[in-house]
Design a protein around this ligand. Structure first.
Ligand code: NCD
Length: 315
């Protein structure tokens, strides 16, 4: 029998998860916030288990966060950073899966530049797979840590008005957050220039704005996104200066939001491009550091739930 509260072998995306499953992962994460804040941060829950971080794309906070999460639970954690080769990515991934299977690992945390890479690997390996970002598709633990941060500050997710601003088109963070916030009963607005929105954005169940002051009016949460220069194949914005003028978050634009609106950013930030540097550091408004803290707790919860499911034979 698997954990009926989260009856899955993997965490590949938020799409398809139920409100109860999401709430369960958030509730479990709360326990680990306390552990990380306490004097003794090492548990023995995952002693004898092996977690592999397989990162085909650069990452600082996500990889470190998963590493800390695994170690705080007592697991052995191995980091494999693989340079991305432009050739035969499919074959490389399948070869990697065979190698990992031979090593008898328990959890594979994977980040890859191709959408669908985590799913592809999950079909080939015997362990549990956590998607740590696949191309422009999903980044489920980021959406969970964002939700945990919001829920702890506001007490709930339902009924909140959340603006996701900037490069939505290239953002897996935005996609996972849209799924999660919608299913949890929040109202999502996207604010971006037309060039940085996905085709048929409205079909995602969101309201679309092209003007920051209009879009931010009375929102509870302002989620800024990084301009994903590495995923841009052509010129999506006229210039950085113009982008900041129209779409960068500063105190003036923020004044349209509710007075207690929270500012979030998944990091890494381009200061002065999508967000004013002073505002990003303003602890009265910005919960960016708290997001990083919640990241470790959420990843501990995911590792804990998935390894337990694996030993119970989750399909
Ligand atoms: C995000 C990512 O990699 O998708 N970063 C992260 O996980 N903290 C967002 C980004 O790179 O802009």
């Amino acid at each position: 029998m698997t954990d009926m509260n989260y009856p899955h072998r993997h965490l590949l995306g938020i799409e398809g998860l139920s409100p109860l499953e999401i709430s369960y992962l958030l509730d479990q994460s709360e326990r680990f916030v306390e552990v990380s804040r306490g004097p003794d941060r090492k548990l023995s829950t995952l002693i004898g288990k092996t977690v592999v971080n397989l990162f085909f794309e650069n990452s600082t906070r996500t990889r470190t966060s998963f590493e800390l999460a695994g170690k705080r639970l007592g697991a052995d954690v191995i980091n494999m950073t693989v340079g991305t080769s432009s050739v035969a990515k499919g074959e490389t991934l399948i070869d990697t899966a065979m190698t990992l299977n031979a090593m008898h690992i328990d959890v594979l945390v994977v980040r890859h530049a191709d959408s669908g890479a985590a799913k592809l690997l999950s079909d080939k390996v015997n362990c549990a797979v956590i998607n740590a970002g696949d191309g422009q598709h999903e980044h489920p633990t980021q959406a969970l840590l964002d939700a945990l941060t919001i829920r702890r500050r506001k007490g709930h997710l339902d009924g909140l008005s959340v603006a996701i601003c900037g490069d939505v088109r290239h953002s897996r963070v935005a996609r996972s957050n849209i799924h999660l916030l919608n299913v949890m009963g929040a109202q999502v607005r996207l604010i971006a220039p037309r060039t940085l929105l996905p085709a048929k954005a409205e079909a995602l169940g969101v309201e679309v704005f092209h003007d920051m002051r209009k879009g931010l009016k009375d929102v509870d949460i302002v989620m800024m996104l990084r301009l994903q220069n590495e995923r841009m194949t052509s010129n999506f914005i006229p210039s950085i200066r113009e982008y900041f003028h129209f779409f960068g978050l500063d105190y003036d634009k923020l004044s349209a939001a509710k007075p207690d609106a929270l500012i979030m950013h998944p990091g890494p930030m381009n200061r002065g491009v999508e967000i004013d540097s002073d505002l990003a550091d303003d602890v009265e408004r910005s919960v960016i550091r708290e997001q990083v803290e919640m990241g470790v707790a959420v990843r501990m919860a995911c590792l804990d739930v998935l390894t337990a499911n694996l030993s119970k034979g989750a399909a």
